[in-house]
Design a protein around this ligand. Structure first.
Ligand code: NAG
Ligand code: NAG
Ligand code: NAG
Ligand code: NAG
Ligand code: NAG
Ligand code: NAG
Length: 398
């Protein structure tokens, strides 16, 4: 008798659990913890609603396209983690741009990392500073720590390709080469000599993977391509203006070091979209509809080419589909000629979409925050109803 009751209780708990699992909230639903949201979503600080974090992996649709036919979510100042303490022991007095570690970013589908590297304490450090000098209160940690995180990720994920953009203040002799060597990342190095020089296509992503040349490193120091074989970014990449000047709707000017955005002799396009002063609250709005809008603007002003790297602050923050959605949109256009990678059909000809392609329509991206409440209420009510029925059935079975 007692065994039977506990058996029924177990069944009820399992049923309830299954029901709650299948009931995980979708984008725009209210939440209080990540666990309240469905797979691939997290509970955002922007308004306690479920938002997208991880872009769709474009390789899952087609991995045999040239590397410049993909778009990758990129974090600006990937190392500048909110709440971090300096490895010098000092408190940090410097802005921060992200809320989780580089390992966590990589697990969430980030494939472009922007790292500021300085000579500091006889080593290379990740630092967020002014005037090219690093101080205890602006120094995050030795670069090798984060490079080793990247090494571990590449080791355990043999099909992933990562791009590092170095804001390079290193002047010590062979400083970058030494730290990359020491991190174990050199073996994944994609040689600068193999990068297309005149706007040609890159090697196929699948070839880069099978050759194990899965790390692209760009420096902001021109001479290092000749002295250390580290690709000078703006030989290969056009990049729009960063900071406030890059947030102006309808414009997509190049940053000073870059050729104009529509320069076809550079095959890769990097789109920055973040303000001068990182602002987690503002990122909720900026990483939503305005980001998608800028993606289209920059496409139009870059010779009708889609951004290969979409760089943001607080990549997890948004009021809706977020930076992940912007990446999915770019990949839809790049990989299969559709408005979103979700509309691509595997092994189909370019432009064959699951949904009709309306190329001029912007994707809805900022969800209406008043809508979630009623959805959320319905969800809670259905949980309550289900629980009541299970309890009643149990009662009848006694
Ligand atoms: C900076 O931190 C180091 C420890 O990493 C310490 O030895 C040094 O005294 C600190 N410098 C200043 C100016 O506080
Ligand atoms: C880095 O590693 C390569 C390959 O092992 C080696 O040839 C080179 O001398 C190393 N460079 C430095 C500066 O340590
Ligand atoms: C951050 O952005 C919010 C929303 O746009 C704004 O109200 C606030 O003043 C900004 N904070 C700073 C420090 O600029
Ligand atoms: C981009 O160009 C297309 C085609 O000319 C146009 O319809 C669309 O409105 C433009 N979008 C933006 C955001 O400039
Ligand atoms: C697409 O083609 C690849 C290689 O030809 C094949 O392995 C894969 O199963 C195909 N996928 C679908 C959904 O047909
Ligand atoms: C959200 O929806 C409500 C009701 O449909 C509407 O009044 C409101 O303007 C919408 N808000 C936004 C930001 O779209």
């Amino acid at each position: 008798m007692e065994a039977q009751v506990s058996y029924r209780f177990l069944v009820a708990v399992v049923l309830l659990g299954l029901h709650l699992l299948s009931d995980a909230a979708q984008i725009g639903n209210e939440c209080s913890t990540d666990g309240d949201c469905g797979a691939g979503l997290h509970c955002d600080v922007c308004g306690s609603i479920c938002t997208r974090v991880k872009p769709t992996d474009p390789k899952s649709v087609d991995k045999a396209l040239p590397f410049n036919h993909y778009s990758w979510l990129t974090t600006h100042n990937s190392f500048a983690l909110s709440g971090a303490k300096s490895d010098t022991g000092s408190i940090l007095i410097t802005p921060t741009n992200q809320i989780d570690s580089v390992t966590s970013q990589l697990q969430n589908g980030v494939r472009g990392l922007m790292l500021d590297m300085y000579d500091f304490q006889n080593d290379i450090w990740l630092c967020h500073s002014v005037g090219g000098n690093c101080y205890n209160f602006t120094a995050f940690q030795p670069a090798i720590n984060v490079l080793k995180e990247i090494q571990t990720f590449l080791e355990t994920n043999p099909s992933e390709v990562i791009t590092i953009f170095i804001e390079d203040y290193v002047t010590s002799h062979q400083g970058l080469t030494k730290v990359f060597n020491a991190s174990g990342l050199s073996k994944y190095w994609f040689p600068a000599s193999a990068m297309p020089k005149n706007g040609g296509d890159w090697p196929l992503l699948s070839t880069m993977i099978s050759n194990n040349q899965r790390l692209l490193v760009f420096t902001s120091k021109k001479n290092k391509e000749a002295t250390e074989g580290i690709a000078y970014e703006w030989n290969y990449v056009v990049e729009n203006q960063y900071g406030d000047a890059g947030l102006k709707a309808g414009r997509c000017p190049n940053r000073a070091e870059s050729s104009p955005m529509d320069t076809r002799s550079k095959s890769l396009i990097l789109m920055n979209y973040f303000p001068d002063n990182p602002n987690s609250t503002a990122a909720c709005l900026e990483n939503s509809a305005p980001l998608v809008s800028m993606l289209y603007t920059c496409h139009n002003l870059s010779g009708n080419r889609w951004a290969n790297f979409i760089a943001v602050d607080f990549y997890k923050e948004s009021n809706g589909g977020g930076a992940a959605q912007a990446t999915d949109i770019a990949n839809g256009h790049l990989v299969c000629g559709c408005d979103n990678i979700a509309y691509c059909k595997a092994n189909s000809t370019f432009g064959t979409c699951k949904q009709p392609s309306v190329s001029t329509t912007l994707e809805p991206s900022a969800s209406n925050q008043s809508a979630p409440s009623s959805a959320s209420l319905t969800r809670k009510f259905s949980s309550y109803l289900f629980f009541t029925i299970v309890t009643f059935v149990l009662y009848l079975c006694r």
